[in-house]
Design a protein around this ligand. Structure first.
Ligand code: FES
Length: 359
């Protein structure tokens, strides 16, 4: 309806092109032009042209041959490319991935061409019913709803209406209350571990304290936990360490030498990517590896990241020995351990500032 009260439709106004929403039905006129009639497919089976099918068959055979070669290349790559260093692992992954991709891609392409070009094609027609209900059914439902609403007296009985709304209000708020079950906010707890000055390092599993003089073969590694917390999983989730023994000349500038003892270095075992235990150690290269996403840390150089998605080194714990020669912590970590979380920026900035003031 226009402002002057006249109805206006596209049919009335020949200057306005007709707009079709969705797929026009076969033979529908679009923008004034008569559409060509859609081809009517008959149900039944159609066999492919013999010459075309023969040609397609040769293509399929070629693709299957490529699949075979890709499969052989995959097995050969597995045998030829030995993993060990970062470069050889990368080369092995590239060779395995490329050969498998070629094999699977050509296999899938061959099967698709086989089905579409070589096999007979079936035209099947299935009746599709209208999704919408019949108009009289819809009218009946609407009438029943209105009748039910009137009979309930929802509008007429104010007291019932108001008490019902009142009753529903706490139920609506209930999901908000349940949010509390997510637990308390972490506060500053993620910034700290249980390590503190004087706390002994003990071997994970046996709980045996470690005498520095006994841990004396360079290249040795131990998984270590704080004494008294051997079974406290919450504490261990942040406080577990790896202890590595080096010759003093092997340590580089990234390692804080004041925090080592006789070439023994303690790093957090919690990967700084997303927190898996970085538990694999390559003695010849001094690389600590996280098995989850292959982050690799240089243990001689302050556990600096040399490969993978981790964004920062494994934190180093300051260690020393007590009067009996057992390894102890000198303090807690100076930065948060584990993966990124929202306090980290603040905590690391404070640690950097403290180190700057001290130097
Ligand atoms: S958790 Fe260690 S690399 Fe992802």
């Amino acid at each position: 309806m226009t402002a002057n009260g006249h109805s206006s439709t596209n049919e009335d106004d020949a200057r306005v092109p007709r707009r079709v929403i969705g797929t026009p039905a076969a033979g529908t006129a679009v923008l004034g032009k008569e559409a060509p009639p859609a081809p009517v497919e008959e149900p039944g089976v159609a066999y492919p042209d013999e010459a075309a099918a023969k040609k397609a068959e040769r293509w399929v055979a070629l693709l299957f041959l490529i699949t075979f070669l890709g499969g052989v290349a995959f097995i050969a790559s597995y045998v030829i490319f030995q993993v060990g260093t970062v470069n050889s692992t990368a080369a092995s992954n590239l060779a395995l991935g490329s050969s498998l991709t070629v094999a699977l891609l050509s296999l899938a392409s061959g099967i698709v061409i086989w089905v579409r070009r070589v096999m007979p094609k079936y035209n099947l027609i299935q009746e599709r019913h209208l999704m919408a209900s019949a108009p009289d059914t819809r009218e009946y439902v609407a009438d029943t709803f209105v009748a039910g609403a009137n009979e309930s007296g929802f509008v007429k009985h104010k007291l019932l209406r108001r008490t019902l709304l009142l009753a529903a209000a706490p139920l609506g708020l209930a999901p908000l209350v349940l949010l509390k079950d997510l637990g308390p906010l972490p506060g500053t707890s993620l910034r700290h571990t249980v390590w503190k000055k004087g706390l002994r390092l003990v071997v994970e599993g046996t709980g045996a304290p470690i005498r520095a003089a006994d841990f004396n073969s360079p290249g040795g590694i131990l998984s270590v936990v704080p004494h008294g917390y051997e079974h406290d999983l919450n504490a261990l989730a942040k406080a577990t360490l790896i202890l590595i023994k080096f010759r003093p000349d092997q340590l580089k500038s990234g390692t804080n030498a004041n925090w080592t003892y006789d070439g023994i270095v303690a790093y957090s075992k919690i990967c700084t990517h997303v927190g898996c235990p970085a538990a694999l150690y390559e003695q010849t290269t001094h690389h600590i590896l996280c098995p989850c996403h292959q982050s690799t840390f240089d243990a001689t150089d302050g556990a600096r990241v040399i490969f993978g998605p981790a964004a920062r080194p494994l934190p180093q714990l300051p260690i020393g020995v007590d009067s009996e020669g057992y390894l102890i912590a000198q303090a807690d970590f100076d930065v948060p351990v584990g993966p990124s979380f929202w306090e980290r920026g603040d905590a690391e900035a404070k640690a950097r500032e403290a180190r700057g003031n001290a130097s």
